[in-house]
Ligand binder design. Structure first.
Ligand code: NAD
Ligand code: ZN
Length: 350
């Protein structure tokens, strides 16, 4: 990504979520966290981000966790808490998660339980965390193979976007992030879908202004949904498009989150075509866009094992899964599907 000097004009948006407001700083610089986070600041990051940005992070007290989804677990929480005690962190300490979605999810969770809750903020460093994970107040960890089984809703005080941090992001992680971006387009924004269709991920990597626009459009979509339904009583469920099956196969096959969601979205489109009136041509356009962005669209998975994990998913109740289906690109609905019918659909469509 080219140097963005000259483009760096910080923009501030305040999202007044029902539980508490979150300040979003766009086109900002990591250094600004010292001014934004009031009081003492302790950074939580992972080993890759620490290695890639050692010079910038040297200014802060850092707790470094091992990188990877397999560490989004209770043992890492225990390790962070032990260090917070050691460092004398108190209720006025602000935890700042600098990293991808694993770091932001775990930082928000630890900050919510340490001393019954201390303030926290995020500096997302992956495309996926910038467009999705950092915003919305869902924090948590995995338990065994079950994704995000333990967690809480609590808003970060701030989210700071410094897209210069993406310069060290591996290409595979750029691609991964586009799964959530395509998800937003599929469920809410046909114009975003068309815009993505005339680009490829490399265009965004090469053009800071385009990346800024991409981030702004995506957080606007997610924030609007969370403003309406912070605790996922209704509309927010739409953001789970591709995630019902996605979560079931993600840890089962150690897939990157974006890959699992991509495969899950294709499955959801096939089911949408079968029972929700999605035009076959629209399903094909979704598959084509995912492929254009380098995302996988099929996986030969063990349907029985996936179904068993799905049964334990927190989004299912009384044997019914709240599946998110498309009626058209940009239009999604919540459709309850019984387990028996779902098993049948899996056999038929996947
Ligand atoms: P991640 O945090 O594992 O990051 C991906 C990889 O990139 C890691 O190896 C990481 O160390 C590395 N990395 C991060 N930033 C880097 C940088 N700037 N330079 C070099 N390497 C860097 O994964 P992710 O894809 O960011 O996030 C996935 C996680 O987010 C999943 O656990 C998912 O459940 C969660 N998530 C949460 C929400 C939410 O609403 N809370 C939404 C979507 C996803
Ligand atoms: Zn996701």
């Amino acid at each position: 990504m080219p140097d963005r000097t000259g483009l760096q004009i910080m923009k501030e948006i305040v999202y007044p979520f029902p539980s508490s407001a979150c300040k979003v700083y766009l086109q900002a610089s990591l250094e600004a966290i010292a001014d934004i986070a009031q009081g003492r600041l302790i950074v939580i990051t992972d080993s890759n981000v620490q290695a890639a940005h050692a010079a910038q992070l040297a200014a802060y007290t850092c707790i470094v966790i091992p990188a990877g989804e397999q560490h989004k677990h209770q043992t890492t929480v225990d390790h962070i808490i032990a260090q917070l005690i050691e460092l004398g962190a108190d209720r006025k300490t602000c935890l700042v998660g600098i990293g991808g979605g694993v770091v932001t999810d775990i930082t928000g969770y630890v900050a919510s339980i340490y001393m019954r809750g201390i303030p926290f903020g995020f500096v997302p460093t992956t495309v996926l965390a910038m467009v999705d994970a950092a915003l919305g107040g869902k924090n948590g960890i995995d338990v065994g193979l079950y994704k995000n089984m333990v967690g809480c809703f609590r808003q970060p005080v701030f989210i700071l976007y410094d897209t210069l941090l993406l310069q060290t992001l591996p290409d595979a992680e750029w691609i991964n992030g586009f799964a959530e971006i395509i998800k937003h387009a599929c469920i809410k924004d046909a114009a975003l879908f068309d815009w993505l269709a005339i680009h490829q991920w490399q265009d965004f990597k090469a053009d800071a202004a385009l990346t800024d626009e991409l981030i702004a459009r995506n957080i606007a979509i997610k924030a609007a949904v969370v403003l309406n339904d912070e605790k996922e009583a209704g509309e927010r469920k739409l953001l789970n498009f591709g995630h019902t099956l996605g979560h079931a196969i993600e840890n089962l096959y150690q897939l990157p989150h974006g890959h699992a969601v991509s495969i899950g979205m294709v499955a959801a489109c096939r089911i949408s075509e079968e029972m929700h009136g999605l035009a076959s041509a629209d399903k094909d356009r979704v598959v084509q866009l995912l492929q254009q962005y380098g995302l996988p669209t099929q996986l030969d998975f063990d349907k029985e094992r996936a179904m068993a994990i799905l049964l334990k998913d927190k989004k299912q109740s009384a044997g019914t899964v709240q599946f998110i289906l498309l009626s058209a690109i940009g239009h999604a609905e919540i459709v309850p599907i019984g387990m028996e019918q779902l098993t049948h659909l899996f056999e038929q469509c996947l």
